[in-house]
Design a protein around this ligand. Structure first.
Ligand SMILES: *Cc1c(COP(=O)(O)O)cnc(C)c1O
Length: 380
């Protein structure tokens, strides 16, 4: 582990700083202040305003999706997307345990039950093989969808997550899910700027969800977006996230249980300014990844890179250590030296609320949980 000093000085050189180096800092070097002042001067800071519409258009043209709906955060986007593909009370939803808590929580908010299946070692995202195995053992197709024979519950969605911006094996996954008539909702919260076979992540399943939280590739303080190529689903998403109010100049009539999940115009102003910076952020992160690749060449640690047929956004860069002990030592030493590093998430089924959920053997998720470490990845 004699490379730790070399690593800390390498990171300090990249950021030209002797201070604490965080994992991922936002950068506001564009029109952020101008657009924010503009919303304040206009008084349209809240739920109505031009920046919301503008941001939705920007997301549509950037991702290529037919429809984008801006919401308060990525978790809300996932919650609504799941409801709109048909997830309801008592259903089972397939997902990965190696993820941020929001993925499982969005399933629970629909009163559905997560089923945790393993990830692939190469993508760190939901494994098509694990999904195939599970469905072949437990699933049964009935007139109204796919059911779990052993529990009697409907299996009404599958949520793969593009871990740290590395796309999952979507073609294989979607083929299996189509066979069993299970809609796919992509948790693309971490993958703005990541592509699978030339298509933007989040636009390949029935719906995709992005997050613009403070630590994501671009941020608007807090925010999210649901994207889809299904115009019907998109229109419904807009309706549900804006309280399901029938359009009328002054009367209030709501015909469904909707949500107040619309992104405020103030946040959308920030989001528009950040969107203008996205390409330059992605370019700098890709350059930083190249520097890390070079640095780790001579060291017995694997720096994770994008797979063939994919383009990763290098949101949070990560290395794979040889074992848990080496990982713990690296985390302790680097954090003590003021370089922030962080282990990957605790597997969701180890948390109190999810420990009773079904899970498969999780060989790969357990392997990665012990070894993956995030290293500083901010735009320089
Ligand atoms: C950030 C993130 C979300 C959404 O988070 P919000 O804070 O609600 O915007 C969802 N899933 C994953 C995997 C994430 O990393």
């Amino acid at each position: 582990m004699d490379y730790i000093n070399k690593f800390t000085s390498f990171v300090r050189e990249q950021y030209c700083s002797e201070d604490f180096i965080p994992l991922h800092e936002p950068r506001f070097r564009g029109n952020e202040k101008a657009y924010l002042l503009d919303t304040i001067d206009s008084t349209f800071v809240s739920s109505v305003g031009a920046y919301v519409d503008d941001f939705e258009c920007k997301m549509e043209s950037y991702t290529g999706a037919t429809k984008a709906v801006a919401v308060v955060n990525g978790t809300a986007a996932l919650q609504v997307a799941l409801r709109l593909v048909g997830v309801s009370k008592g259903d089972e939803v397939i997902t990965q345990a190696l993820s941020f808590i929001a993925t499982a929580n969005a399933i629970s908010y629909n009163n559905a039950i997560p089923v945790f299946l393993d990830v692939d070692l190469d993508t760190m995202g939901l494994s098509p093989d694990a999904v195939r195995k599970f469905l072949e053992s437990y699933a049964e197709l009935r007139d109204d969808g796919c059911y779990n024979k052993s529990t009697g519950n409907r299996i009404s969605a599958c949520v793969p997550m593009h871990t740290f911006g590395f796309p999952v094996h979507l073609d294989e996954l979607i083929t299996i899910c189509n066979k069993w008539k299970i809609p796919v909702v992509e948790d693309a919260a971490e993958s703005l700027g990541s592509y699978y076979k030339g298509r933007h992540t989040g636009t390949i399943g029935q719906a995709g969800c992005f997050s613009f939280n403070g630590n994501k590739t671009i941020t608007c303080g807090g925010g999210g977006a649901l994207v889809t190529n299904d115009l019907n689903l998109g229109t419904k998403a807009k309706y549900l996230t804006t309280t399901a109010k029938r359009p009328h100049p002054y009367e209030f009539f709501h015909d469904e249980l909707g949500y107040n999940y619309r992104m405020p115009n103030l946040n959308a102003a920030l989001a528009c300014a950040q969107m203008e910076m996205l390409e330059s952020f992605l370019a700098d992160k890709r350059q930083l990844a190249t520097e890390y690749i070079d640095f780790f060449k001579s060291i017995d640690v694997t720096f994770r890179t994008e797979l063939n047929d994919t383009k990763a956004n290098y949101w949070l860069m990560c290395i794979e250590m040889n074992d848990r002990q080496e990982r713990d030592y690296f985390l302790k030493e680097t954090n003590e030296k003021g370089i922030m590093t962080r282990p990957i998430w605790t597997l969701t089924y180890k948390l109190p609320m999810y420990q009773h959920c079904y899970r498969d053997e999780q060989v790969n998720a357990e392997f990665l949980e012990q070894r993956i470490v995030n290293i500083p990845s901010s735009v320089r």
